[in-house]
Design a protein around this ligand. Structure first.
Ligand SMILES: Cc1cc2nc3c(=O)[nH]c(=O)nc-3n(C[C@H](O)[C@H](O)[C@H](O)COP(=O)(O)O)c2cc1C
Length: 190
């Protein structure tokens, strides 16, 4: 059962607005397989209904599971999940379940039953894959409609991130397993 607070779908785009590195989860019930990978490339693309884009290399096992099942999950890891994030982005889950391999606990998303992670993480979303266009043959970008979202109520308050410089911060990948965290807040003058 989720310990996170539901996020109103009209605020879902804000979960990705500041460009955090995410985990993309997938589950194909027809073959009983689930998976998780890291992704630095994701962004909101529509407000209502909330839609997002992710870039998932066509050679990955995640891409295969997402296309077969028509859905994917997005998890926003906190700084404590840096090792998990790098690990699941460094090997393929084609031959082994990376959740089990790295001891990453999951819960079932409320709408699509996708595996999502709350431990060491700050938010998640479940997304329905939008129909693939002919462009999908040539590009790695996939689009999804967010159908449910939840967040740690200390970190995402009234539709806004309330990140700090300590545990409640997101990861942003610089490359080769090095991240910066979301860090210090700066308020522009009104
Ligand atoms: C921090 C990080 C960010 C990554 N970002 C992306 C990304 O945006 N898109 C992508 O296709 N692969 C990305 N990768 C690589 C995949 O996570 C990697 O290929 C993964 O092993 C795929 O797993 P799978 O075959 O189990 O799906 C990233 C890896 C790391 C470590």
């Amino acid at each position: 059962m989720s310990a996170f607070r539901p996020v109103e779908l009209k605020h879902a785009s804000r979960l990705l607005n500041h460009g955090p590195t995410v985990l993309i989860t997938s589950h194909d019930e027809s073959i009983g397989r689930r998976n998780v990978m890291a992704a630095a490339w994701s962004m909101p693309v529509e407000f209502a209904p909330p839609r997002i884009a992710i870039v998932v290399d066509k050679s990955t096992w995640s891409r295969e599971l997402i296309e077969r099942s028509g859905k994917f999950g997005i998890v926003i890891p906190g700084v404590a999940a840096a090792n998990w994030t790098y690990a699941v982005g460094s090997i393929s889950g084609r031959d082994e379940d990376k959740f089990n391999c790295y001891g990453i606990p999951t819960i079932h998303g409320p709408k699509l039953g996708l595996p999502v992670v709350e431990e060491k993480c700050l938010a998640w979303m479940e997304c329905q894959l939008l129909p693939l266009t002919s462009a999908a043959e040539h590009y790695d970008t996939l689009f999804g409609e967010v159908v449910s979202a939840g967040a740690d109520e200390r970190a995402f308050v009234a539709g806004r991130w309330l990140l700090d410089e300590d545990k409640l911060s997101t990861l942003h990948h610089l490359g080769a397993g090095t991240f910066v965290t979301s860090g210090k807040r700066v308020k522009a003058l009104d």
